[in-house]
Design a protein around this ligand. Structure first.
Ligand SMILES: [Zn+2]
Length: 306
């Protein structure tokens, strides 16, 4: 049984407005400098406004998960005083809830089964063409897509850092997958449900997810649930000018937490005072919370990770 709070709703239920943000890593390895910058920015942004900050572990994409990575991430964040204000939420504990909301979308006739392969979608240029919309498929293991129509589509939003965003500027799929062939809820679908259940009012994350916001807003409209505000920050690049990733081996220097925080604040345009380089982690976090200015976050980071 779902708790009352977790029941899907298509009526007038609205969450009370309070400032609440989250950091939601995938436990595929320890966090690197790029994820520290993201976690820190989301933390400071809500804390400077007196809000609540929580950690969510995005552990649905089972092929990518690594044993022990969740504990490692939480421990690393702990060293930086980035501590969840609520018990940590694991997506894998909420499969029944994802199913309930999916049933709601099915009942609204907003879904269909699609058996197209990745190969086929690549062959038509990478953007799905809604081919299966009007087909009846009976062989079971298919993915499920959301039907986008004039009533539920969201084409624009105002980003907290990049300003007005238009869907037409991005290569965004048309009807998109909400449940994968292996029965795992898609990223876009699960985070919408999580943000709703956790009453997240403010999402700050890396710019590589900006395009996905349109689909998330479309899902929220389809489910008739409130959308959080969204803000995206630039990505930390590696020496090859690609997004820093775990495979770069750019894991954080575990001996110098203060310096890592200082460098992250510098990158985020917060102009930390020189003395903070040798301050304790809690002194840096306190000072950064008091002095946080979202408007100082640059649209591009002009330094790469070393
Ligand atoms: Zn299809």
């Amino acid at each position: 049984m779902l708790s009352k709070k977790e029941l899907p709703t298509n009526t007038q239920y609205k969450h009370p407005k309070k400032i609440k943000g989250r950091f939601a890593p995938t436990p595929s390895g320890d966090i690197h400098f790029g994820s520290l910058v993201c976690a820190l920015a989301s933390y400071l942004d809500v804390k400077s406004a007196g809000g609540i900050w929580v950690i969510r572990i995005d552990d649905l994409d089972t092929p990518r998960l690594k044993d022990g990575a969740s504990e490692q991430i939480i421990e690393t964040l702990d060293h930086y005083n980035l501590i969840s204000d609520e018990p940590i939420y694991y997506q894998s504990d909420h499969l029944a809830t994802y199913r309930e909301f999916l049933n709601d979308l099915i009942a609204k006739n907003l879904t269909y089964e699609c058996e197209c392969t990745r190969k086929r979608i690549r062959s038509i240029g990478g953007i799905y063409d809604n081919k299966c919309r009007n087909r009846k498929i009976k062989n079971g293991r298919t993915s499920i897509r959301l039907k986008i129509n004039d009533q539920n589509e969201v084409n624009t939003f105002s980003d907290g850092i990049y300003g007005l965003q238009q869907k037409e500027s991005y290569r965004v799929s048309r009807d998109f997958i909400i449940s994968r062939k292996d029965d795992i809820p898609s990223y876009e679908y699960s985070v919408v449900i999580d943000d709703f259940i956790q009453e997240i009012s403010y999402v700050l994350r890396g710019k590589d997810l900006i395009f996905s916001t349109f689909n998330q807003l479309t899902l929220q409209k389809s489910l008739n649930i409130d959308a959080p505000e969204y803000a995206h920050i630039p990505l930390v690049m590696n020496l090859k000018k690609r997004k820093l990733s775990k495979s770069d081996g750019a894991l954080l220097d575990k001996k110098n937490f203060s310096m890592n925080l200082y460098l992250a604040l510098e990158l985020l345009g917060q102009n930390p005072v020189e003395e903070l380089k040798s301050a304790t982690v809690s002194e840096i976090i306190n000072s950064a919370t008091i002095n946080w200015k979202r408007e100082n976050v640059p649209k591009v980071f002009n330094k790469h990770a070393t």
